[in-house]
Ligand binder design. Structure first.
Ligand code: ACO
Length: 427
């Protein structure tokens, strides 16, 4: 029997189809609601709205489950590199040995920026936020790219490799330009994460040699950020993609959406918070009391998530990685101790328990990025590099949908009723 939901409205009943996903999540299909009833739905912040059907990532927030293309994050993390994960997310299956080799070659062959792009960096003011540079330069990249024939999968693979590879070069160049150092060319013999660290930290008179644990932790960080279904930035990418905008424009919009402190900017906010606690001499319980006080208008950064209401599986993996990496590098970071204490205090506090607030991926990622030597203003850029496969995959999904329509939500207007225009002297 067809599963439907019955809606009683103005004395009439309407049967709305129920759609079931692979993992049995249920959704009421309201796509004909307005044409049949004249009503729309209202859902501030989209907390109850499925904006699309997607086959990329599955999250069960109550159970703390995250899977890319069906594979649990715990099985991917530490086993697949970021580039293998990217291919899985974009193309839907684990790459074969041949796929890996072809993709690796494409990444290497496309790692340099067009020489003329370097000039753009001179036009940005000193201290320009690297997220602004990243977004602007991804758009600039689109001007250097050939048009893409979506029917040809090999063209898409090459375009995805170009964007993934060049984004890393742009990010490192943005950093170099912000600190007044010459840009460093990518190396042919380095893999993705190592090449990024090389372009970030090598200088003409001294080659940077990253420790194996740093490369490992960076790969893990990127893998854990690679996709997260319909979050703010990915929804933005899909929104822009629905107008048939190109991959670069859509992903540049994703960077802008990620920039905010309630989204990707939270990893910066967490470290600033930990620093504030350390420098103010405030103890952790005083800080917890402050974030519970609504008058203080201060949240415990790195805590809470719209979807995860049990635990964020990524934060568990990152917490362990932070411990391992700092131990292997013999780093004693007082901020990590404060983070541990804060987590413990919050997890045993009724305010956080009742509201189901747990550490999210940003809670420990800042500690890891600090230990790698990355400056605070690059943290959200690191998140953007990590999220690129998810944005590309979602852009592709929108473009591949034969029934795809432009995204165009409605609203409930609450402004002035019809109002008369007045000449200036009568206002
Ligand atoms: N600290 C203190 N209180 C919090 C926090 C927090 N971090 N997060 C939520 N709350 C409280 C809210 O004030 C609200 O309290 P109330 O019911 O008494 O009014 C309740 O918990 C429910 O919170 P919502 O606002 O409904 O949570 P929402 O789903 O809208 O927001 C968000 C989720 C944005 C992540 C929020 O928890 C937050 O601001 N956290 C801090 C910022 C952060 O870490 N962002 C990173 C998110 S993960 C990512 O983007 C990768």
């Amino acid at each position: 029997m067809e599963h439907t939901a019955r809606l009683e409205l103005d004395g009439q009943s309407h049967d709305l189809p129920v759609v079931e996903g692979t993992e049995h999540e249920l959704a009421i299909d309201i796509s004909k609601l307005r044409s049949e009833t004249g009503y729309i739905t209202l859902d501030d912040g989209y907390g109850n709205t499925g904006s699309c059907k997607s086959a990329i990532t599955f999250i069960d927030g109550d159970k703390g489950i995250l899977r890319y293309r069906g594979i649990p994050i715990e099985e991917i993390a530490g086993r697949s590199s970021f580039m293998e994960t990217a291919w899985l997310i974009i193309f839907g299956k684990l790459p074969t040995v041949e796929d890996r080799e072809r993709f690796r070659q494409l990444l290497t062959d496309n790692s340099m920026m067009h020489q003329s792009m370097r000039k753009h960096f001179d036009g940005f003011p000193p201290n320009a936020p690297p997220m602004a540079i990243l977004s602007a330069m991804i758009n600039t990249l689109s001007m250097h790219e050939p048009p893409l024939d979506m029917e040809d999968e090999s063209q898409l693979e090459e375009a995805a490799a170009r964007l993934l590879s060049k984004v890393r070069t742009i990010a490192a160049a943005a950093y170099k330009s912000s600190v007044g150092e010459p840009m460093v060319y990518p190396r042919y013999d380095y893999k993705y994460a190592q090449n990024f660290l090389h372009m970030m930290f090598s200088v003409p008179y001294r080659e940077y040699e990253p420790k194996a644990e740093v490369v490992k932790a960076l790969n893990l960080f990127l893998v854990l950020h690679a996709d997260h279904e319909q979050n703010c930035s990915t929804s933005t990418v899909r929104m822009v993609a629905s107008s048939k905008a190109n991959m670069y424009a859509s992903c540049a919009a994703g960077v802008c959406a990620l920039w905010g402190p309630l989204h990707g900017g939270a990893n910066v906010a967490v470290v600033e918070m930990l620093q504030e606690i350390k420098e103010s001499g405030m103890n952790v319980s005083e800080y917890v009391a402050k974030v519970k006080d609504k008058e203080a208008k201060q949240k415990l950064m790195g805590f809470g998530h719209r979807v995860y209401r049990n635990f964020d599986p990524r934060s568990k993996i990152l917490k362990k990685a932070a411990d391992d990496m700092l131990e292997a590098m013999h780093i004693d970071d007082p901020l990590l101790d404060i983070a541990r204490e804060l987590e413990e205090a919050a997890l045993s506090d009724d305010y956080f328990i009742e509201r189901k607030l747990y550490p999210n991926v940003d809670f420990y990622s800042g500690v890891i990025l600090r230990a790698m030597g990355l400056p605070l203003n690059m943290f959200t850029v690191m998140f953007a590099i990590g999220r690129m496969p998810g944005w590309i995959a979602n852009w592709k999904e929108v473009h591949d949908d034969p029934k795809g329509r432009i995204y165009r939500p409605r609203q409930v207007y609450v402004g002035n009723p019809q109002t008369e225009w007045k000449p200036r002297e009568e206002r």
